[in-house]
Design a protein around this ligand. Structure first.
Ligand code: GLA
Length: 415
């Protein structure tokens, strides 16, 4: 049964109606350019076909009712349009609530209650941006349901604002941007300083991108994410004593090497080095991709992981085990962690005919070393957040949107 049909049955059960419109926002992977977004550098993410579905109908009055199939134990969460404060007991529902609140605060007219059903395919805490996916799915739903005239970039920035100010996670703009602006079979090269971007077609014919979930949950708010941000800010401040720069993203490698002693602390130098070199690697990666030099692109991915492991120190045993195992396999062009790190996912570009063996071998090594299984997905690069109702006045069930997602769970014979 397709996801939407599953959602429809639950919508009917919870809200006693089969009138709804359907919206979808993807998750994202980042090909290269990690921990560069908040350093004014470049990132190179793409949106995947796994994501969050929202079924929505307006209701009379001011009540908003929300139910998530991922958190059935929380039941239907109800609040009024007149009370959009953060509420700890509302748990996951604070993400969509934040979007509603900030849109209203910016003068957009959201003037009736709603019944909303959420279903997320992205494993929670996997580092594939399930929270940005909920934010953008909500944003596009509100845009269409209330006929709001909204630039997509406005929604992207609003999603980030919800994350930063409503939820309290100090992330950069990459996730919301990739999820809001994604395009089928393209990576997005984004300059996080100017927000200029371009779509780079990914001509993968002989290969696929495999996503490997370490199944070690990453909690962005609890992780050392903010610590790394602060370390970079401090390093920048010390460099600014001599250099007229606003961000580490403005530096090239040579200027950094010439001036790094201004930073005066070996740990901070390593952090800043990663930010500078990773940004430059990301630009090189685009050039390699444009020239069709996928092997070179893969090598830059490997270098990115090494830098995240040794200089930025955000990988950890689980991600390193996966990437090390990936590097040993035939037909692997490159592999690295993706997202914030400290658990979550890695990605690898793998020759098509080697994928089965890759999954088997990497899965086996991981289970032997870590003690539990990894999960494998073949990434398909899809569009950013959008309505997927067959037409926007749709009433009732949407049948059979063909899923382009393949799923492998790791059945290992080691136990
Ligand atoms: C998380 C954040 C992003 C970005 C990445 C690291 O995914 O949400 O803004 O900083 O980590 O590249």
């Amino acid at each position: 049964m397709h996801q939407v049909e599953k959602c429809a049955a639950v919508f009917k059960e919870k809200f006693h109606s089969d009138r709804y419109r359907v919206f979808f926002a993807p998750g994202r992977i980042n090909l290269i350019g990690e921990h560069t977004d908040y350093n004014g550098g470049h990132v190179f993410p793409c949106s995947i076909t796994l994501g969050t579905y929202v079924l929505a109908q307006k209701s009379s009055g001011n009540l908003i009712r929300m139910y998530s199939m991922n958190f059935p134990e929380k039941g239907v969460i109800t609040f009024s349009l007149r009370d959009l404060d953060y509420n700890k007991t509302h748990d996951w529902a604070n993400y969509p609530k934040g979007m509603i609140r900030y849109l209203i605060a910016d003068g957009y007219q959201i003037d009736s209650g709603m019944d909303l059903l959420f279903y997320g395919e992205i494993p929670n805490g996997a580092g594939l941006s399930s929270s940005a996916s909920i934010e953008l799915a909500t944003g596009v739903m509100l845009e269409k349901m209330f006929a709001l005239s909204l630039e997509r970039l406005t929604l992207v920035k609003l999603g980030k604002k919800v994350e930063n100010q409503f939820i309290g996670v100090n992330c950069g703009i990459m996730d919301q941007f990739a999820i809001g602006m994604g395009k089928t079979d393209c990576g997005i090269l984004l300059d996080c300083d100017t927000l200029k971007y371009l779509y780079a077609p990914l001509h993968l014919k002989q290969q696929h991108i495999v996503i490997i979930n370490s199944n070690k949950r990453r909690e962005l708010a609890d992780s050392k994410y903010n610590e790394r941000r602060n370390e970079c800010e401090l390093a920048l401040k010390r460099l600014q004593a001599k250099l007229p720069i606003q961000s580490l993203g403005e530096l090239d490698e040579a200027t950094f090497e010439k001036n790094k002693d201004l930073i005066g602390d070996p740990i901070l130098i390593k952090r800043a080095k990663h930010a500078v070199y990773e940004n430059r690697r990301t630009l090189k990666a685009l050039t390699e991709l444009k020239q069709g030099r996928l092997a070179e692109f893969g090598k830059l991915m490997n270098e990115s992981h090494i830098s995240l492991r040794d200089d930025y120190e955000v990988t950890g045993k689980e991600l390193d085990t996966l990437v090390d195992a990936a590097w040993q396999q035939p037909g692997v062009l490159g592999a690295r962690m993706t997202g914030g790190g400290f658990g979550g996912c890695t990605i690898a570009i793998v020759e098509n005919e080697q994928i089965e063996q890759f999954i088997d071998q990497v899965g086996r090594t991981y289970k032997e070393n870590i003690g539990y299984a990894a999960s494998f997905y073949i990434a398909n690069i899809g569009d950013g957040a959008k309505e997927i109702s067959q037409d926007s006045d749709v009433v009732g069930c949407i049948g059979g949107r063909k899923s382009r997602v393949y799923w492998f769970s790791c059945h290992l014979s080691t136990d």
